[in-house]
Write a protein that binds this ligand. Structure first.
Ligand SMILES: *Cc1c(COP(=O)(O)O)cnc(C)c1O
Length: 382
């Protein structure tokens, strides 16, 4: 058994204590030659590797090692490693944007750190100091700043990852771990022009998440089971899956779902998103859209949404918008939803004013054109 236990804020407090993650121990080894940066228009999401990565390891007897930023390179791991056998693999998705002032900014990064800590706890991976990891991310973004395209909508996608590296086949928690952070320049998530609404296929015969399951955490093991249904949906002419649990709408692809509904009386609009019942990934974008709408005085609530309700609303002409949110896509509006059982497509009227307004507002905050509640955090102040 490891000689540490988790305390409230995710930092280490051992019975016989081992060192926690310490950002001040960072060493930086720069690459001898730098790679050419591709033209922004040619970027395919998540396919370009940059010059450097950050690596820090955990050993139950010595704690977290001194973090290193070093040239991007393959990892060397024992084939017995827990992550290869039992999927002890957790991650985060964040973006750094360049604003008109030339500064790189992160968006509410402390939310991602807290979620990473919850994912680590769920997989029984060692806890870590969240502030230290955030400091390291800022340093890595500063080192890789030349990779951020200084264009509207472009960013540097950041992928903090923790894998279990216990090299033994016994089915047990991994008491060894590797935390690494890689970055990749990102344009628009969907290859089609951002203005074109996306299509969803409602699917209930395979499920992404279930009550008591792990869908509310960002664990690698949640994603592979979605690849086959996604391939089938694309073959049927749809962009993404709308995941239905029984009758309940949960998420779409790997994005949170919002619905704008016309009130029965008058012109008012209610915006709803599925409540966090453990089957929904608590997205930072989701939380931000809810908060922005509520601050503006728009009715925006978390509650159960069913596909039966969407059909009824559509028939009454009250289903105004369905849109999807997440760090990678930001905000994408939905044009149609393919229904199961040969019921045809549920067609959204379009345009999507709520989605469009949220996308613009989020980008303004993320790129530093609007200062809002310290949501945007500058990386390279020092
Ligand atoms: C990451 C993710 C989201 C979006 O979360 P953000 O914090 O907004 O990026 C939504 N659903 C799933 C399943 C995810 O993995």
């Amino acid at each position: 058994m490891a000689a540490w236990k988790s305390v409230g804020n995710g930092t280490l407090e051992g019975i016989s204590s081992v060192p926690d993650l310490d950002a001040s121990k960072l060493t930086i080894t720069l690459a001898n030659s730098l790679k050419p940066v591709p033209a922004p228009e040619q970027l395919v999401f998540g396919s370009v590797t940059t010059d450097h990565m950050l690596v820090v390891s955990f050993d139950p007897s010595t704690g977290w090692s001194a973090p290193e930023i070093k040239p991007y390179a393959p990892l060397s791991l024992d084939p017995m490693s827990s992550c290869f056998q039992y999927c002890t693999n957790i991650f985060e998705g964040m973006k750094a944007y360049i604003g008109p002032d030339g500064k790189a900014r992160l968006f509410r990064p402390e939310k991602n750190m807290a979620r990473l800590a919850r994912s680590a706890e769920r997989c029984a991976l060692p806890p870590f100091n969240q502030d230290a990891v955030l400091t390291l991310i800022k340093r890595l973004v500063s080192v890789e700043k030349r990779w951020i395209p200084a264009l509207e909508g472009y960013s540097l996608y950041i992928r903090p990852t923790i894998i279990g590296t216990r090299a033994a086949l016994g089915v047990a928690a991994s008491d060894h771990a590797l935390l690494y952070i890689i970055v990749t320049p990102a344009g628009s998530f969907f290859k089609q022009a951002p203005a074109k609404p996306i299509s969803l296929l409602a699917v209930s015969n395979s499920v992404r998440a279930w009550p008591g399951g792990t869908g509310g955490h960002k664990l690698g093991l949640n994603y592979a089971p979605g690849f086959l249904p996604q391939r089938v949906a694309v073959k049927q002419g749809y962009d993404q899956i709308l995941w239905i649990l029984g009758d309940v709408v949960t998420e779409a692809g790997v994005m949170n779902v919002f619905v704008a509904i016309k009130r029965e009386e008058g012109d008012g609009v209610d915006v709803v998103t599925p409540e966090l019942d453990g089957t929904i990934l608590p997205g930072v974008t989701r939380m931000s859209v809810l908060e922005l709408l509520q601050k503006e005085g728009t009715s925006a609530v978390e509650r159960k949404v069913t596909i039966t309700e969407l059909k009824a609303l559509s028939a009454q002409g009250r289903l105004l918008e369905v849109f999807l949110v997440g760090t990678a896509v930001l905000v994408a509006s939905v044009g149609r939803i393919g229904l199961e059982g040969g019921e045809g497509d549920l067609v959204l009227p379009g345009p999507s004013p709520v989605a469009a307004a949220m996308k613009k507002r989020l980008l303004d905050i993320q790129q530093g054109r609007e200062e809002y509640e310290n949501w945007s955090v500058v990386c390279d102040d020092d």
